[in-house]
Design a protein around this ligand. Structure first.
Ligand code: SF4
Length: 433
């Protein structure tokens, strides 16, 4: 069997049982790879009407067919489930290094179902897979979780997917973090993982992915590398901010406008010129390396971290009216540590800011926060409140814009335009087209 590792791991958290099965040939031929096979497994394993946060929902992690080979940019992981945000089919994709490691351990997919009585994590080391107690990990942020798992196993090369406090607290748009800074962000995959009390999957593999004609594959890979070399070393999604702002497509102030006067301040050029960009790094088998290594050298937000990406710059930046790069970098970091989707988090906060400015909610609702557009400190505090469902506001915003506006009433649906079927929009103001 070439390309595929050839096995699927089935993990029943209710019974604490793990089985492995061969990836059926028919499945491989008809559905090819990560997202295709994941979708078919979800279709087969869930019944109509299943509650996304119930033990009956399944959560599927799938690596791509080329993942683990030298073909550039193929280290993708697809996480598939029924979404607690939309109640529909959901796939949420990330890069990082987990998917490659999963295949090196000998698995194409991991299918998780049921609900554990107590927090657990799944440990996979080549042919060995076991469920371990995650009592000591529950409550930790994503960085601490990673550090602790690596230290428990005395191995810094372990790759993980895990949830942060947002997933544990069933925030409807909690994400699954892929070895800290890559993320399957959308639709609430992290809430489904939290509902199953599965804190993490940690994997270590020592195998390889067999291909039929390694020489030919290498030849093709080198051609792709040659073409990718044409990418500017500065290429990153945050570099789109300026252009999109000038094109009047940058959602700003809860989608009131597609342009923000100071929008360029959260774009890559400005971040670089102002000394916030220390370097760039990439996912498994990628030579482009589009992720920013950011640094804030002094002040209250001093740190080394990653990002932001374009979608974060729009959602937590222009859409909340915050154009302070340091606050944006800090907001991105908080979402990564708590395991929150930055698009939905920013959209929920910008909707709340609109409600606040229009007098629909007041300081007594926000716990004293002056939730005005452009207030960076209020935006950062709102992120913390959401992740821990703290206070009336945190609990409300943790439901996402659509549900929050339905719950709040008071005509607030009029400003909840930035969602479709319950999921907040990605960052383009489509009215400009
Ligand atoms: S580093 Fe960027 S370009 Fe490369 S695979 Fe990851 S997401 Fe894609």
């Amino acid at each position: 069997m070439y390309g595929w590792a050839g096995r699927i791991l089935y993990v029943d958290l209710t019974k604490g049982r793990i089985r492995e099965k061969e990836t059926p040939k028919g499945l491989r031929e008809a559905f090819i790879g990560g997202r295709g096979i994941n979708a078919k497994l979800l279709w087969d394993l869930t019944r109509p009407g299943v509650d996304p946060l119930s033990p009956e929902n399944v959560l599927i992690f799938g690596a791509g067919t080329l993942t683990g080979t030298p073909v550039p940019m193929t280290g993708r992981l697809t996480v598939t489930t029924k979404s607690p945000q939309t109640n529909l089919y959901l796939k949420s994709v990330s890069g990082g290094h987990f998917a490659g490691e999963l295949k090196f351990a000998g698995y194409d997919h991991v299918v998780v179902y049921g609900r554990a009585e107590k927090p657990l994590y799944l440990w996979i080391e080549d042919d060995h897979a076991e469920l371990r107690s995650a009592d000591h990990l529950w409550g930790m942020d994503v960085k601490e979780t990673n550090r602790t798992i690596k230290s428990d196993h005395k191995d810094r090369e372990i790759k993980t997917v895990c949830i942060g406090p947002a997933g544990e607290n069933l925030v409807k748009y909690a994400s699954v973090m892929n070895t800290v800074y890559n993320v399957s962000a959308r639709g609430g995959v992290g809430a489904v993982m939290g509902s199953k009390r599965l804190k993490a999957i940690a994997v270590k593999g020592s195998g390889t992915v067999e291909v039929k004609n390694p020489e030919r594959l290498m030849e093709v890979s080198m051609k792709i590398v040659e073409r990718l070399s044409a990418f500017s070393p500065d290429w990153c999604t945050t570099d789109l901010v300026d252009f999109i702002n000038r094109a009047r497509l940058l959602p700003s102030l809860n989608f009131r406008s597609g342009f923000l006067e100071d929008g360029h301040k959260i774009g890559y050029r400005h971040l670089k010129e102002a000394g916030y960009v220390k370097g760039k790094w990439g996912c498994f088998s990628c030579i482009v390396g589009c992720h920013l290594h950011s640094v804030i050298k002094e002040g209250p937000y001093t740190r080394h971290t990653v990002g932001p990406e374009y979608e974060t710059a729009f959602a937590l930046g222009s859409n909340t009216g915050v154009t302070d790069p340091e606050a944006l970098i800090r907001a991105n970091e908080l979402c990564a540590l708590y395991g929150l989707d930055t698009i939905s988090t920013g959209s929920a906060i910008s909707w709340a800011m609109e409600c606040y400015e229009r007098g629909v909610i007041s300081k007594s609702d926000t716990g004293g926060l002056e939730l005005k557009f452009g207030n960076a400190e209020a935006m950062l505090e709102a992120i913390r409140m959401i992740a821990f469902r703290r206070g009336w506001l945190g609990n409300l915003l943790a439901e996402g814009v659509k549900r929050a506006s339905e719950r709040l009433g008071r005509g607030s649906w009029k400003w909840a335009m930035c969602n479709s079927k319950g999921m907040e929009h990605a960052g383009l103001d489509l009215r400009t087209w």
